[in-house]
Design a protein around this ligand. Structure first.
Ligand code: PLP
Length: 414
């Protein structure tokens, strides 16, 4: 008979051998003290500074958001009580969807339990429902988009990352009357680079394709009201479907799309990942709603985030540390070796009380392993100095082991 134990052990051993076994850090963020947290490690506890959170603006700590969540728990209790289909839609979710539609100047919005599900359900539904649809997808799209496209069973083409000429070559060869969707991200979270939004939108329109843009890492962070990079560049009205997350810049959990009423209605009516799952709890909807409303009115967090990110980048450059230069808030520190990446992360944590999670294959290609640093408005100058000094010391010890290191540039400069 099949030896399941041996099989599972072999699979896990392979991960260890390839130095990409995932170690989850046991940490507790403390209200009011972000970006510090308590690390629980082998029975001991110590205070660390988190430099890898996607709560980019610190909204998970924002008092307005916390109050809204507390009030909702008091008023409505804990869970949603079921799927929206069979147990009713909470009024806070309706309000949240109205607020999101307004944020993107679209007719409608649909909320999902995560950004992952938003992508998977929306792309799988669109690709399956639109007969003979062809999906053209950026080569660095997130796993949730790839899964959605795969599940749709639609024909797909991959265009080289951010390569508009390649996209056009592919579009040119698809018959004009064939329905098409061009799917891409506004901001790629591993390299911190932006999509050439205008160019991709223009070429998609030229060949009659719908555009589907993932703003997971940019919504709340960019644009005068936090609408994302499309708002920032005045392109909100030029795209058909915008996907976003509520767990990163917004600071809570969940995902959404905004689009025309009929596109939203189609996905609401057919998306399995939307229909057959318990809705977001009212307290989460309340927190997301408060966060989005707050960020529509306040620039403070957005400005402070970019100020901190620029300080981190500047200080890293002064020390000749190998970062990818971007014009976004993400600072990838390129180690390019999975074992070293893990070792450096361990030393930073144990000797310097700095937590940065190593990013290894398959999240990034082999040979591009990195420490992905995510500054926030709540990191102080002292914390930045400690980060740069510590990285400098540790990198000094390790860089001799590696050859050909230099400061790398992504496709967009600071
Ligand atoms: N889209 C992109 C580009 C992402 O990076 C992620 C997650 O990091 C998601 C979607 C999924 O978002 P969520 O964490 O809300 O499921």
């Amino acid at each position: 008979m099949f030896d399941y134990t041996k099989y599972f052990d072999t699979c896990l051993d392979r991960l260890h051998a390839e130095k990409r076994y995932r170690i989850f850090r046991n940490i507790a963020r403390e209200r009011g003290n972000f970006p510090t947290a308590k690390l629980n490690d082998s029975g001991t506890t110590k205070t660390i500074t988190v430099w890898c959170s996607n709560d980019y603006l610190g909204m998970g700590q924002n008092t307005v958001v916390l109050k809204a969540i507390h009030d909702a728990v008091e008023q409505f209790g804990a869970g949603a009580g079921g799927t929206r289909n069979i147990s009713g839609t909470h009024k806070l979710i309706v309000e949240l969807e109205d607020e999101l539609a307004d944020l993107h100047n679209k007719e409608a919005a649909l909320v999902f339990t995560s950004g992952y599900i938003a992508n998977e359900a929306s792309l799988s539904t669109l690709g399956a429902m639109i007969k003979d649809c062809v999906i053209i997808s950026d080569s660095e799209n997130h796993a949730s988009m790839i899964e959605g496209i795969r599940h749709s069973k639609a024909k797909k083409f991959i265009f080289r990352h951010n390569d508009v000429d390649h996209l056009e070559e592919l579009l040119k060869d698809i018959p004009k009357e064939t329905p098409k969707i061009v799917a891409f991200e506004a901001l790629y979270s591993m390299d911190g680079d932006r999509a050439p939004l205008k160019e991709i939108i223009d070429v998609s329109k030229k060949y009659g394709a719908l555009t589907y843009v993932d703003e997971t890492h940019s919504v709340a962070l960019y644009g005068p009201r936090g609408g994302g990079l499309l708002e920032d560049t005045g392109l909100l009205d030029e795209v058909d479907i915008i996907q976003g997350g509520l767990g990163k810049g917004v600071g809570v959990v969940g995902g959404f799309i905004t689009a025309s009423r009929r596109i939203v209605d189609l996905i609401r009516s057919h998306g399995a990942g939307f229909i057959f799952t318990t809705a977001l709890p009212p307290m989460v909807a309340a927190g997301a709603l408060a966060s989005i409303r707050y960020l529509k009115e306040n620039q403070t967090e957005r400005i402070a985030l970019l100020t901190t990110a620029n300080k981190v980048k500047q200080k890293m450059l002064e020390r000749d540390l190998p970062i990818l230069l971007t014009d976004t808030h993400i600072v990838p520190f390129m180690v390019r070796d999975s074992q070293l990446c893990q070792e450096i992360a361990d030393i930073l944590l144990h000797d310097f009380n700095i937590y940065i999670q190593p990013i290894n294959y398959p999240t990034v290609p082999r040979g591009s392993e990195r420490l992905r640093i995510t500054p926030s408005p709540l990191h102080t100058d002292k914390m930045i100095d400690h980060l740069v000094n510590s990285l400098s010391k540790v990198w000094g010890r390790y860089s001799e082991k590696l050859t050909g290191l230099s400061i790398m540039e992504s496709n967009v400069r600071v």
